[in-house]
Design a binder for this molecule. Structure first.
Ligand SMILES: Nc1ncnc2c1ncn2[C@@H]1O[C@H](COP(=O)(O)OP(=O)(O)OP(=O)(O)O)[C@@H](O)[C@H]1O
Ligand SMILES: [Mg+2]
Length: 377
């Protein structure tokens, strides 16, 4: 029957195991290395599945008895926030609560409630010190940065800590945060670290430049593309679950449009699915793909509009975008090649385009390319 909950193809946030298309081998690689104590950097453009993949790796390690912790740097606003988030995530392994610190604080007066929790955490000095709001920030942060090793040692566990959107952390915690973190992390024997970042250039500098604090601290991996065959298998299975017969040819057409980009593909499939529901049809025709595509573009337009705005009104950048959208050469006689080169580097750093060969580039999100074609040409 139709899935009335409506989420046949997940879009937006991280997806769960059954919706992670392919990448099995890659997940295993990450899992093995992290389990072996190696720290890892995972880079990839926006909306390509980094967070989903990392969560899956952590889920598997947790199942094997590892302690795990996650900090989303994008959500933090200052050093204290960073410290609290890391502490909460570490403590969750013991308490099973997402926000142990808040619980301790809110129950601070009702001693009976807190007693059990406090005893559980006694050896970590949590109850005593950490919910004193006025405790100075540096002390809390130092405590937090060492907590993974402390708790892992106390409990005889190995641990994996993940930092999502790691490149954003200096914006909220200052440039010296990397040095500080490394000074702790490098002494941790029971903890390996997984750093995720969507700004590939920044991440590669942070971990690959000799002058940076995290130089050679971790091995860098790029998120691999999802092979066409894996998408075909997944999409047919999903539609089949809803008793919708979908021909391989139709799926190939979908993939041609999205180039297998994870988010674009999920979105287009999702729109097509809703059209089938609305029209009570059970086969995908080229017409339906076309309507699905238009709807997907409609929902993406506001996001893309912001991206274009952020790219600024520098004519060279727009010119480069147009050339790539047209499939023509980016270096033309009229504009200074250095300026074009700078525009290209900027677009690569922003995760908008990638190099495909000598002097050739493509849009990382094919639908963004289509947007450029519609709006800027
Ligand atoms: N392996 C995958 N298989 C299928 N779809 C995926 C996969 N990975 C990601 N997606 C799609 O991409 C969306 C974004 O996934 P996720 O949040 O994991 O990516 P991300 O790279 O962390 O993105 P962001 O840059 O927004 O943090 C998901 O909601 C899903 O629609
Ligand atoms: Mg993410």
């Amino acid at each position: 029957m139709f899935n009335l909950a409506g989420k046949l193809f997940p879009i937006g946030g991280p997806v769960t195991e059954e919706d992670i298309v392919d990448r099995e081998a890659f997940i295993t690689t990450l899992e093995m290395r992290l389990a072996g104590g190696q720290s890892i950097v995972l880079v990839g453009p926006r909306r390509t599945g980094k967070t989903s993949l990392a969560h899956e790796v952590l889920r598997r390690l947790k199942k094997r008895g590892f302690y795990t912790a996650t900090v989303d740097c994008f959500r933090l606003s200052n050093r204290r926030d960073l410290a609290q988030s890391l502490i909460n995530s570490c403590l969750e392994n013991r308490t099973g609560m997402r926000r142990t610190l808040d619980v301790l604080k809110s129950h601070a007066k009702a001693l009976a409630d807190t007693a059990k929790l406090a005893v559980k955490l006694e050896d970590l000095q949590v109850s005593v010190d950490l919910f004193h709001i006025d405790l100075d920030e540096a002390t809390v942060l130092n405590y937090a940065l060492d907590l993974p090793e402390t708790i892992a040692t106390r409990d005889g566990k190995n641990m994996v800590v993940m930092f999502d959107e790691f490149q954003d952390i200096s914006q909220i915690a200052g440039d010296d945060i990397y040095k500080k973190m490394r000074s702790y992390f490098q002494n941790h024997r029971r903890v390996s670290y997984l750093f995720l970042g969507s700004k590939e250039g920044m991440m590669k500098t942070l971990f690959g430049n000799r002058r940076e604090a995290f130089y050679r601290f971790a091995t860098i991996f790029s998120i691999p593309p999802i092979p066409q065959e894996a998408w075909i298998e997944y999409i047919s299975r999903k539609f089949a679950e809803q008793n919708l017969a979908v021909e391989e040819e139709a799926i190939r057409q979908i993939l041609e449009i999205t180039q297998g980009h994870p988010y674009n593909t999920m979105l287009l499939c999702s729109e097509i699915y809703y059209i089938l529901l609305e029209t009570a049809k059970s086969t995908i025709t080229p017409g339906i793909i076309k309507i699905g595509f238009d709807r997907a573009m409609l929902s993406l337009a506001p996001i893309y509009e912001v991206i274009i705005e952020e790219l600024g009104h520098r004519p060279v950048i727009r010119q480069v975008l147009r050339s790539i959208a047209r499939g023509s050469k980016v270096y033309t006689g009229k504009v200074n090649p250095n300026e074009i080169k700078r525009a290209i580097d900027y677009l690569i750093a922003k995760g908008i385009i990638e190099k495909t060969g000598r002097g050739t580039y493509r849009f990382i999100e094919p639908m963004f390319g289509e947007y450029v074609r519609r709006e800027l040409l």
